[in-house]
Design a protein around this ligand. Structure first.
Ligand code: GTP
Ligand code: PEP
Length: 222
């Protein structure tokens, strides 16, 4: 973003569980150390792209991880501890609460930490669309989960993540954003197959570096 450009209105809340527990579904492909490094690289590339988005004012990462916290703070994220320690949805609701304690009329959106192909311009289009509704969400690439849930000023986020959250968010009354050309915002990486798809879209530099350096113990690409 140009330094003299007004920041966008959105505060993003990015959840990150302790790296040692993260990305367990990549266990067939990468060993424990490499999974930790990859989880951090995904989060770093996600945060850098989010902060470069013209619609974004700030990024709050909810995490207790002692390695990820300073690494993401160095990129410009605000780190908030996972004070509820009661799982993903509690962490997200808490992050939104912290944002609004400082800026009560903030529009808030959650963004998963595993979007290493995220492109700022695509995120901007999703947030612009979300701004037209009280609550809105974007389904993940598989159309099963959710990668972004947004709430307008004064509206509670009411996150219902975990597994098949797309239908849960739909039935909670949130509007599903269906836009062409936003594949990078939907491309979460949980499996080796997902990582291959993200690499095809083009990942950020930290994930690219890990994929060059890390040695898969299993199959990443077809
Ligand atoms: N702060 C916080 N973040 C969480 C928690 N549980 C999950 N997350 C984050 O929420 C997002 C989706 O989480 P999951 O799909 O459960 O975990 P994952 O690490 O992506 O993948 P798996 O281990 O394979 O399930 C990721 O960004 C996680 O780091 C939690 O209890 N607290
Ligand atoms: C937690 C979720 O994502 P995933 O399990 O795909 O990481 C979700 O989409 O609600």
């Amino acid at each position: 973003m140009d330094t003299d450009e007004e920041p966008g209105p959105w505060s993003l809340v990015v959840p990150l569980k302790p790296l040692a527990l993260a990305k367990s579904r990549l266990a067939g492909v990468f060993g424990a150390t490499e999974r930790r490094r990859l989880a951090l690289a995904f989060a770093q590339d996600t945060v850098v792209a989010a902060l470069a988005c013209r619609e974004v004012r700030d990024v709050v990462v909810v995490t207790d991880d002692r390695v990820a916290a300073p690494a993401l703070a160095a990129l410009g994220a605000r780190i908030v501890p996972d004070r509820p320690a009661a799982g993903l949805n509690a962490a997200l609701a808490y992050g939104a609460e912290v944002v609004r304690a400082g800026r009560s009329r903030a529009p808030v959106a959650t963004l998963n930490a595993d979007l290493p192909a995220l492109r700022p311009a695509e995120l901007a289009r999703v947030l612009e669309a979300a701004g037209g509704f009280p609550r809105a969400f974007l389904a993940d690439a598989a159309d099963i989960g959710t990668t972004l849930l947004a709430a307008a000023p004064g509206i509670e986020l009411r996150p219902a993540f975990g597994g098949a959250s797309r239908l849960r968010h739909l039935s909670s009354g949130a509007v599903e954003i269906r836009l062409p050309g936003v594949a990078s915002v939907r491309r979460d990486v949980d499996t080796g197959e997902d990582l291959r798809a993200a690499l095809e879209l083009g990942v950020g530099p930290r994930t690219a570096e890990r994929c060059r350096a890390g040695r898969p113990t299993g199959r990443v690409a077809g």
